[in-house]
Design a protein around this ligand. Structure first.
Ligand code: ADP
Length: 502
């Protein structure tokens, strides 16, 4: 059974139940009301009868005659009988109640029964007799009441009168609420059906499928989060496709070259030794490039899957950073670029105190990659400056702060900030968000043969250390790559801090 049908049926059931309860309570209210009206009428008619009875009693008229006179006066208003204050019927001509004791209830609603006693009793015929007793006078030392009785009007007679309008009201209520139920069910079921359709479409591989997200209610929010999820799935799929295409392309180019030069050696196109040597050199270079690419891919895959073994030791950057930079000096000289470390003595001391927890070799890989890029994408005669600072976490922006606290809550709120600034051509603003994507390469890099994986690897390593890596660049002036690494908390370290999420 569909959700829509279920909603409509439930709604209808609830409405019918409500109508049934309403009818039942109406029935009881009507019965009570009807009885009160009848008692009130009997009470009104009984008062003058009681007056007359009093006069007759004073004249010592026997009960039977009194009764006959009173009945004559009452006419069709009801049946008269005489009753003592204890409820013993003294005389009755119609219902054979003489000498029986009937109940005399005190008035329940003074405004209706005007303080007269009343009662009801079941007759053999199954009908109910209603009566009102009014004090007439004292006869032989006991109080005598005149009772006026009438058969209670059966309720179905009353219902007969109002039944038609009651049915009409019930019918209208039912129809209106059914229409509302159908509209409501449709408004709930339709977006759900659309969501189901969209889920099936995505399962079939149609990742571009979206649903209409209207309003801020539960369904609107579900649709919006579904769309967000679909967006991410689509992006992930696209990245996967791009990745495979990129890897194939990157491997194919050197392979074609290797094949060509090997062919040249084999079929004798490379005639002399010098030519064969050149061909072999190209094969060697291309193989080295492929090995580099495959190595980078492997590192990236391991980092992403969390399988890369990563040490968690205190890293003293005041000692290591200058050594890492020193190792890059020959490359800087070869590229005719100045490589400068701008850290003063006081900052070195602070760096020595605030060591970072992590893997020194991997962090060196990050710094080397960033400095290498800064040298590579510089202009001849340019410079690369490295600075390092210990600073409070608050300076790093709110989102990174929250992210860091989540990852390493035990650390004191301090960062080591390493900035690598070059005087190169800079990166166009539209390219900046793509820098850390796998295989992203700028135009110059395409020529120089970079793999486009270096920054992705750097990003993965820094993130695994609970840090961040950001870029600020200005075309024509140069770029600054900044790494923020959380500082190890001395106290927490002594207790033994939880492992890094590597
Ligand atoms: P690769 O250097 O192997 O191409 P990376 O991932 O290290 O790969 O860098 C990606 C791209 O980012 C580079 O191709 C280059 O276009 C750009 N880039 C990186 N560092 C700099 C820099 N310091 N200045 C200008 N562009 C840069």
């Amino acid at each position: 059974m569909s959700l829509r049908t279920r909603l409509i049926l439930t709604h209808t059931f609830v409405i019918l139940l409500a109508l049934a309860l309403l009818t039942a309570s109406l029935f009881f209210i009507l019965r009570d009301y009807q009885r009160q009206v009848q008692l009130s009428r009997l009470g009104d008619a009984a008062v003058p009868l009681a007056f007359q009875a009093r006069t007759l009693f004073a004249s010592n008229v026997p009960f039977r005659d009194v009764l006959a006179r009173l009945q004559q006066q009452a006419g069709t208003t009801g049946t008269v009988f005489l009753v003592t204050e204890k409820g013993v019927v003294l005389a009755d001509t119609t219902y054979g109640l003489a000498n029986r004791t009937i109940k005399l209830n005190p008035p329940v609603r003074a405004e209706v029964t005007r303080g007269y006693f009343w009662g009801s009793l079941q007759l053999k015929t199954g009908r109910t007799l209603l009566y009102v007793a009014v004090l007439a006078g004292q006869v032989g030392g006991q109080a005598v009441y005149v009772a006026l009785a009438n058969i209670e009007r059966p309720l179905f007679e009353v219902l007969d009168e109002i039944g038609a309008s009651l049915c009409m009201a019930g019918g209208i209520t039912l129809v209106v609420s059914l229409v509302v139920a159908i509209l409501l069910a449709r408004s709930i079921a339709r977006p759900l059906a659309q969501l189901t359709e969209a889920t099936e479409a995505i399962a079939r591989g149609k990742y571009e499928h979206r649903v209409q997200a209207k309003g801020h209610d539960e369904i609107g929010r579900l649709a919006a989060s579904f769309n967000a999820m679909a967006e991410r799935v689509q992006r992930a799929r696209q990245m996967e496709k791009d990745f495979v295409a990129n890897v194939s392309h990157e491997l194919k180019t050197p392979l074609t070259s290797i094949q060509g030069f090997a062919q040249a050696i084999l079929d004798g196109t490379a005639q002399d030794l010098a030519e064969a040597r050149r061909a072999a050199q190209t094969i060697y270079d291309e193989t080295a490039r492929m090995a580099h690419l495959v190595g980078d891919l492997l590192t990236l895959a391991r980092l992403e899957s969390g399988q890369m073994p990563m040490a968690r030791e205190p890293v003293d950057l005041s000692d290591l950073l200058p050594r890492w930079i020193e190792r890059l000096q020959p490359r800087a000289r070869a590229l005719e670029t100045r490589l400068v470390t701008a850290i003063d003595a006081a900052e070195y001391r602070r760096l020595a105190e605030a060591s970072v927890l992590g893997d020194a070799a991997r962090l060196e890989q990050v710094v080397t990659n960033l400095v290498d890029n800064a040298l590579k994408y510089n202009r001849p005669g340019g410079s690369v400056t490295i600075t390092a600072k210990v600073e409070p976490v608050e300076s790093a922006g709110r989102s990174t702060l929250i992210a860091r606290r989540k990852i390493l809550p035990q650390l004191t709120p301090q960062w080591v900030r390493i900035a690598i600034t070059d005087t190169g051509e800079g990166i166009p603003a539209e390219d900046v968000p793509r820098l850390f994507e796998r295989f992203y390469r700028g135009d110059k890099a395409r020529v120089s043969g970079g793999t486009g994986l270096g920054l992705s690897i750097a990003w993965e390593i820094v993130t695994a250390h609970g840090g961040t890596i950001t870029v600020a660049s200005e075309v024509g002036r140069g770029s600054t790559f900044t790494i923020h690494l959380p500082v190890k908390d001395g106290g927490a370290n002594a207790r033994g801090s939880p492992p890094l999420p590597l």
